[in-house]
Design a protein around this ligand. Sequence first.
Ligand code: HEC
Ligand code: HEC
Length: 319
Amino acid sequence: MLEENPYFKITSKDVIFKNPKGFPKPIYDLTKNKPSVEGFTLGRKLFYDPILSVDYFTSCATCHQQFAAFAHIDHPLSHGIGGKIGIRNVPALQNLIWKDAFMVDGGINHLDLQPISPITSPTEMGENLPNVLKKLQADSTYRLMFYKAFKDSIITTEMLMKSLSQFLSLMISSNSRYDKFIAGADTLSIIEQKGLNLFASNCASCHTPPLFTDNQYHNIGLKPDSNLNDKGRMAITSFKEDYFKFKTPSLRNVEMTYPYMHDGRYRNLKEVMNHYAASQSCTKMKFDEFEKVELIAFLKTLTDMEYLHDRRFADPNTY
Ligand code: HEC
Ligand code: HEC
């Protein structure tokens, strides 16, 4: 079995949770679903397995790719079963246990419920839960893995969700050059420091370190796309004032997660900076060309190579 490749073997050291220095206490209660070697290994197998989709073709990892911090880089809107196109860009997956709500409109409020949405969405994996459980139950490898993780041979939705959460909860990015700079273990160039200063006075109120999000919803002055007709946060709250507000995304690994915004409308960071420099944006300062370069240089210090290459999150079916 490929999983016996020692490179991919998960050991007890791999599943220890350590709160990164300077990070707040997680919102997800890890004591209720503590990652174990067996549970994490199972969650990883499921994340990379198209068995969760109706056509055995689409896995979580089809849309969430590690080299892109688990976003998807070659098209603006997500592609699911049979090439069906969703209405939103695929976000990065990282530091999920510090989120109070998921999706760009905050429509899901618990990590253990999140995977139900892609599994059952007609434009994502197109399945239903009873059928997924049936497929897993019929597979002797899964029966054994679920038994080892949960000491139960009848696979339930709760076991499925908890194993995925054990995998997702340890997806922590906290080792970028910026983090090393804050810890006094690395330096930033003059340009990066100028970018950091611009960021602190113009961006950090929403993209608040260390998570680079305030966990709130804002309308940043983008023009709504009438074809998509996305109402943003208003779709969840029905409040008019929430129209076209979106949850502030973290900017960790932002260099790797293009295209940008809820609908992937901007192909690169230069286009994003042009938006923030324009008069209709939510920022008061109108950046000149040098300042845009400085801001981008700073944003690239948030790239966490250790996370992007962490073997624990890599596809265990490859060499
Ligand atoms: C067809 C592509 C696709 C597939 C397959 C897919 N996702 Fe996603 N995922 C998305 C998109 C698009 C969003 C954002 C949707 C939104 O905000 O409305 C998302 C959002 C998420 C989020 C919330 C992130 C956040 O910060 O709010 C998590 C967690 C997640 N997906 C996990 C999974 C898991 C686990 C699976 C497999 C069971 C999976 N996804 C399968 C496209 C996909
Ligand atoms: C008022 C709050 C607010 C301020 C101020 C703000 N942002 Fe944002 N930012 C957001 C929200 C909300 C989004 C998501 C919008 C969407 O998805 O349509 C976003 C998206 C982004 C994205 C795209 C991320 C992605 O993964 O798609 C980047 C990059 C970004 N902001 C950088 C900055 C920079 C740099 C500044 C300062 C010049 C800044 N932001 C100021 C709230 C803010």
